[in-house]
Design a protein around this ligand. Structure first.
Ligand SMILES: Nc1ncnc2c1ncn2[C@@H]1O[C@H](COP(=O)(O)OP(=O)(O)OP(=O)(O)O)[C@@H](O)[C@H]1O
Ligand SMILES: *[C@@H]1O[C@H](CO)[C@@H](O)[C@H](O)[C@H]1NC(C)=O
Ligand SMILES: *[C@@H]1O[C@H](CO)[C@@H](O)[C@H](O)[C@H]1NC(C)=O
Ligand SMILES: [Mg+2]
Length: 594
């Protein structure tokens, strides 16, 4: 009987094996490909680079950004820097066992660095800098013994630098700058060879490398061979490490106390993050200031809501931080913008400016409701706009905006901006007009968001570097040169926005770049050939020739390289109302009575 069963089992197994291999021959996607599909699933937004990753392919070797070993067809490199990727990094990336090169830098990625990356043991280069990654640096990175380059700078990482990194003996490049790392920099192994500029911009670090003495005076030594626990997750590991090193350094009681403090701190932080979401830094002394006094919430009500916010509530991220959807018990919904990387020492200034912004109310502007002055991050509360951003509407969704919807959005954006420039007091230069800052309500009415924020959060020394990559195509030439924003630089950005709405393409779309242009260059080229109508999106329905011509004319004036030739926003609104929105009689009959 047993023998029979064993045979049955055996043949069943064989059968499954055959089936599996056949399926593979017919063309199911390879496991590496499946891991990449899972990677893509976690990316909620991008510039479109992942669109041609086709799951029907047998392997991912022809996909953009992917390189394979020619023989084994295993993925050896994934290179997707600077593609506006927004979302988290899938833990399935750990399944790419042959990965040698991973570059995801300069995107909008958030969430943790997946500890599973520790399984990619062939990895030689890991570039994740310039994102919004948070959580801790996984100690599993220490398993990547082939690693030559590790750059995780300019993120929001916290916790200690794990001593396991000391084992990366082949490391040549190392950068953890501008994060929120704390504690002693390990210095018993390879990390001692890196200097200040690998660690700058972490206020809580100490150690020989940065010439900051740790409070215990031991120069930041940590035990580098104490990393042998079997615990799977980082927090238990962290406290385990603390214990081992405590025993290893008998006598250094102070050190023990200090490290235990870190360990506990880390443990608490991690534990909280798991259970209570991201906004754990709304701690002692934080209070909420609401501007209009027309909402029935106390500071406490709102802060309590913050504690339940997790990654799942993220609706987007931009140059200044992450945006969460915040639903109150009475059904009101807000968008909460959590600003990271605040400059130091301008709280007063900040609050005064915010109050000015909060006092501005207009039909075509997104209402700033209030803010929370937590010690470690600033939280701005805006009305939630259910239609999302124009950027998503134009480039993300499959259903299309028709001509009338597009005109109406351009009109709303123009009116909102004209109000900022001419009618409100003090007058405000927006500085960051782009499609992701035009939000839509449930009826596809436009509202301008984030006005005044760019000025408030700008880094004085390096005006350009703080600008998000996504902003680039919208900037007026003289602004790029001088860094001086004026109403006319906004008008230029508005002109680019009109072109984006007309063409359905981002200002720096690949199809323009291929021809050696951006969207403005392309327009100017078409104008010289009298083909400017070709700029319009082929998928846009209901285009009316008369208003198209008038709108193109407005755009041409707005994106003039000479600021003096650009119209004011008041003028733009006038022209839009008289020449673009009101169709002439023949047009009118065409579109409605037939
Ligand atoms: N009030 C809001 N209502 C609904 N969605 C919002 C709101 N504010 C922001 N969002 C969403 O969050 C995304 C990110 O917004 P965020 O302002 O952080 O970045 P951005 O607009 O791309 O760049 P920037 O930081 O330059 O403004 C937006 O694209 C939009 O989809
Ligand atoms: C890291 O390496 C250790 C052995 O050196 C192993 O036990 C552990 O499972 C590895 N971790 C990962 C995530 O690969
Ligand atoms: C690390 O990155 C920061 C900016 O993110 C840069 O200023 C610094 O020079 C870099 N250091 C090294 C060693 O490359
Ligand atoms: Mg924005």
């Amino acid at each position: 009987m047993d023998g029979f069963l064993a045979k049955l089992q055996g043949s069943l197994l064989l059968y499954i094996l055959i089936l599996y291999s056949q399926v593979n021959i017919i063309g199911a996607l390879s496991p590496d490909g499946q891991a990449l599909v899972s990677f893509r699933t976690n990316i909620v937004n991008s510039d479109g680079v992942l669109l041609q990753w086709r799951p029907e392919d047998p392997d991912p070797c022809g996909w953009k950004g992917v390189t394979c070993d020619p023989k084994s067809k295993r993925v050896t490199s994934l290179s997707l820097s600077n593609h506006r990727l927004s979302g988290s990094i899938s833990s399935d990336i750990g399944k790419l066992e042959n990965l040698q090169f991973l570059a995801l830098y300069d995107n909008n990625l958030y969430g943790n660095i997946p500890p599973e990356l520790g399984s990619c043991t062939k990895l030689q280069s890991l570039y994740l800098q310039g994102n919004y990654l948070s959580g801790v640096v996984p100690f599993e990175i220490g398993n990547l013994t082939e690693l030559l380059n590790l750059d995780i700078s300019s993120n929001s990482l916290g916790g200690n630098i794990p001593p396991s990194l000391e084992k990366l003996t082949r490391l040549q490049g190392f950068n953890v700058s501008t994060n929120f790392l704390v504690g002693a920099i390990p210095s018993d192994g390879i990390l001692h060879k890196f200097a200040k500029d690998s660690f700058v911009g972490n206020r809580g670090l100490c150690g020989k490398q940065i010439e900051v003495t740790c409070k215990d005076d031991s120069g930041g030594s940590s035990n580098s061979n104490s990393d042998s626990g079997q615990n799977q997750n980082g927090k238990k590991k962290a406290s385990g490490r603390v214990l081992t090193s405590a025993f290893a350094t008998v006598g250094a009681l102070l050190l023990v106390a200090l490290m235990c403090f870190w360990g506990c701190h880390l443990y608490k932080k991690l534990g909280k993050m798991d259970r209570r979401g991201l906004i754990m830094d709304v701690g002692g002394g934080a209070s909420v200031v609401m501007f209009h006094g027309d909402l029935p919430y106390t500071s406490k009500d709102i802060i309590k809501k913050f504690e339940y916010l997790t990654d799942e509530h993220i609706i987007g991220s931009g140059g200044f931080g992450t945006v969460y959807k915040l639903a109150m018990d009475d059904g009101n919904v807000f968008a909460l913008k959590r600003i990271l990387k605040l400059n130091e020492g301008f709280d007063r200034f900040f609050e005064r400016e915010l109050e000015i912004l909060g006092s501005i109310k207009h039909r075509y502007l997104v209402n700033l409701r209030g803010y929370c002055n937590s010690p470690t991050s600033k939280l701005l509360i805006y009305d939630f706009l259910p239609g999302g951003s124009l950027d998503e509407a134009l480039h993300g969704r499959s259903e299309q905006l028709d001509w009338d919807a597009r005109l109406n959005i351009v009109m709303g954006a123009a009116k909102g901006l004209a109000y900022l420039h001419h009618d409100c007091s003090p007058r405000i230069i927006h500085r960051d007009i782009k499609s992701s800052n035009i939000l839509l309500d449930g009826n596809l009415e436009a509202r301008v968001s984030d006005f005044g924020l760019a000025k408030l959060l700008q880094d004085e020394e390096s005006h350009i570097t703080t600008i998000v990559a996504g902003t680039f195509g919208y900037l007026a030439p003289e602004y790029m040169q001088s860094g001086r924003a004026t109403e006319k630089t906004d008008v230029y950005s508005f002109g680019v926005l009109v072109l984006e709405v007309l063409s359905g393409k981002r200002p720096t779309d690949a199809s323009f770049i291929e021809k050696g242009f951006n969207i403005v260059g392309w327009l100017n080229f078409l104008v010289t050939e009298c083909r400017q109508r070709e700029i319009v999106d082929q998928h846009c329905e209901g285009v009316r020739a008369e208003s198209l011509d008038a709108l193109i004319l407005v755009a041409i004036q707005c994106v003039s390289s000479n600021p003096d030739e650009r119209p004011t926003m008041h003028r733009v609104v006038q022209v839009l109302e008289s020449e673009v929105m009101t169709p002439c009689p023949s047009d009118f009959y065409d579109s409605s009575s037939e």
